[in-house]
Write a protein that binds this ligand. Structure first.
Ligand SMILES: Nc1nc2c(c(=O)[nH]1)N[C@H]1C(S)=C(S)[C@@H](COP(=O)(O)O)O[C@H]1N2
Ligand SMILES: [Mo]
Length: 485
């Protein structure tokens, strides 16, 4: 085998092992060597490309970004290994420790985390050592021997990668340790919600089983509740700082809240509901702390450097949540504390919240800098997610309707493309000021037809028919779908 090719394969195998070794000990956390590279990729991606990718690729764009970061990181370690081997050759010292040290250097520069760094270096060193196993003298051996060396290196990398995936995925576990049994009042609220859910196959129950996740990170921040603080800064008389105990010692409430992402498609699935436990923002802050009369707005900032700005008046109805469905907030949903702002698009419901900055003038948030207008109240929507052909021969359609704090009064269904309308059955409203309702409609049909659905909010306003894209201020229009009998 060509010597150059052999070196390249060994270097790449070592690169894969280094990344896998780091994953084994760090999991999908900021200590994983790919995390900073992924942040870099995200930061280097032009805003126009980010916006385009959200609209056309959705979460796929984020996955492609992660894949690119993975490939780049393997490349970095492969390069370090190759340089290490060349240097070792030149100074006639063993290659594997030199390559390991080179990889340790790269990992340390990337993460600054000791264990992740050492294991990355050791994994790469192991693969280089395997490639040298049975090598006699410094002469490269016969073709078959060199092939054997490459195979040893590749086998080593595959082994480390396998172990890394198994160990690492345990560490990435999304849910922090639960701190005991689910409280009785939460259990009974969840049981009621389950009871109230309509019997329609193919739609989420009133409390979502699979809550969507949207954020700017490929690797979510890991924030320790013990280290967490929330500071109140900006146009305040005196800056304040609270810790996790300050928050959780206050009397907590349970609220059913629906979130919906402004960037989703009209009939998309980025709308979900959970029972959140937390404290009203104003129980923690004082009216006086905010100088409410002089100030217009607030900027919420987070551990992932995300920031969103919106009117102070919206924050005053806000909620600081630290539990979701009776468990500590999952890491992906903002552990340890997130904001919930009633009736507004998802993006201002800031996760991993660290700072509330009070402002005298409006400024743009993260998404507004990129052209979105997602800080206001949600649009009214009725979604059509289930079309079921029942044993009775009838057709059942169903979905969810949501209008933020306006509530949902009515959902109508047309089975003739919008000519005539009939009322759908609605689930009983949850005890909430900001939650969706399910709807269901069963009918007979023997011809292909167009089903259209529209909601009326609690103020009596019909959902706008005019269609618009999600960019920049959320999708509008009536959902319709062709149904075969
Ligand atoms: N810190 C932080 N908070 C964030 C985001 C983010 O990227 N970082 N994304 C926002 C967006 S765009 C939405 S739609 C909601 C989604 O909340 P979820 O992931 O819990 O469903 O979180 C919001 N809060
Ligand atoms: Mo969003």
């Amino acid at each position: 085998m060509n010597q150059r090719l052999e070196s390249a394969i060994v270097a790449i195998a070592a690169g894969i092992a280094a990344v896998a070794g780091s994953y084994a000990v760090a999991g999908f956390t900021p200590g994983f060597v790919v995390a900073p590279v992924s942040d870099f990729v995200v930061a280097m991606t032009p805003d126009a490309v980010v916006t385009w990718s959200i609209q056309t690729l959705g979460s796929l764009g984020q996955q492609l970004g992660l894949l690119l970061a993975l490939v780049l990181t393997v490349g970095l370690f492969a390069l370090a290994t190759a340089v290490g081997r060349v240097l070792a050759d030149r100074f006639a010292v063993p290659a594997s420790p030199v390559a390991a040290v080179a990889c340790v250097g790269v990992a340390l520069a990337l993460t600054g985390t000791i264990t992740s760094t050492l294991v990355a270096g050791a994994s790469a060193g192991l693969v280089v050592a395997l490639a040298g196993l049975g090598r006699s003298g410094s002469e490269s051996g016969t073709t078959s021997r060199s092939r054997r060396h490459v195979l040893q290196a590749v086998a080593g990398a595959v082994g480390v990668a396998g172990a890394g995936v198994v160990l690492g995925s345990r560490r990435s576990a999304d849910v922090p340790e639960s701190d005991g049994p689910v409280a009785a009042d939460v259990q009974s609220l969840l049981a009621d919600a389950e009871e109230q859910s309509l019997d329609v196959a193919g739609i989420e129950p009133l409390v979502s089983e699979d809550f969507y996740q949207v954020d700017i990170n490929n690797v979510d921040p890991t924030v320790d509740a013990d280290d967490w603080t929330l500071s109140v800064t900006g146009a305040v008389d005196e800056e304040l700082e609270f810790d996790y105990d300050d928050l959780t010692e206050l009397e907590s409430e349970h609220r059913f809240v629906t979130l919906r992402c402004v960037g989703e498609s009209l009939n998309g699935k980025k709308m979900d509901t959970a029972l959140w436990t937390g404290v009203p923002v104003m129980d923690l802050l004082d009216e006086a702390d905010l100088n409410a009369s002089e100030n217009c707005c607030v900027m919420l900032r987070a551990a992932d450097d995300f920031f969103e700005e919106f009117p102070l008046s919206a924050l005053q109805n806000g909620f600081l949540a630290f539990e979701m469905n009776g468990e500590p907030l999952p890491r992906g949903h903002g552990y340890p504390v997130r904001a919930l702002i009633p009736g507004h698009w998802g993006e201002i419901n800031v996760k991993w919240l660290t700072e509330i900055e009070v402002l005298e003038e409006e400024v743009d948030g993260y998404w507004e800098k990129r052209g979105w207008h997602g800080t206001g109240p949600v649009e009214t929507v009725a979604k059509l997610h289930a079309v079921n052909h029942l044993d009775s021969g009838e057709i059942q359609v169903g979905g969810h309707a949501y209008a933020g704090t306006r509530g949902i009064q009515r959902v109508e269904v047309s089975t003739d493309g919008g000519e005539t309308w009939d009322d759908a059955t609605l689930s009983e409203p949850l005890p909430s000021e900001d939650a969706w309702r399910q709807w269901e409609y069963t009918y007979e049909a023997d011809q292909p037809h167009e089903v259209v659905v529209r909601a009326t909010d609690g103020e009596g306003d019909l959902q706008p028919e005019e269609e618009s894209d999600s960019f920049p201020s959320g999708p509008t229009g009536w959902v319709s779908r062709r149904v075969e009998p």
